[in-house]
Design a protein around this ligand. Structure first.
Ligand code: HEC
Length: 110
């Protein structure tokens, strides 16, 4: 019985670690976001041009997909394509985690 419990706790622990990895790392995303800030703003919410999108508070999945699509060429933009080219899968997850964790104008405030 004890061994079974230990096994169950170990499996649960792995599942949590696995989720964290799949969701990206907010702190690492912040470290990797210096270049992004030059256009999207240091807080992801104050882009340098009004037509540049705000990233703060956008859904993680959406941000991750947008970056993947810029990288693959599915979504075309002369400014973002070269940005996404240099990002690894992990970078994309970390950046998506970071920007989605920020609260910008796009998040509903109660
Ligand atoms: C030279 C300016 C510039 C830099 C630097 C830049 N971006 Fe962008 N970004 C843009 C512009 C302009 C768009 C809108 C492009 C479009 O319409 O598809 C955009 C769009 C995006 C989008 C899609 C947002 C949406 O609402 O659909 C994401 C996600 C994004 N950028 C993430 C990043 C990340 C992460 C970095 C840093 C690795 C970065 N950007 C660096 C200018 C920039």
């Amino acid at each position: 019985m004890n061994k079974l419990w230990i096994a169950m706790i170990a499996v649960a622990g792995l599942a949590v670690a696995g989720n964290a990895l799949a969701a990206g790392d907010v702190a690492k995303g912040k470290e990797k976001s210096a270049l992004c800030a030059t256009c999207h703003g240091a807080d992801g919410n104050t882009p340098i041009m009004p037509e540049y999108p705000k990233l703060a508070g956008q859904p993680h999945d959406y941000l991750e997909k947008a970056l993947r699509d810029y990288k693959s060429g599915k979504r075309k933009n002369p400014m973002m394509a070269p940005m996404a080219q240099n990002l690894s899968k992990e970078d994309i997850k970390d950046l998506a985690a970071y920007f989605s964790s920020l609260s910008g104008d796009l998040k509903v405030k109660y």
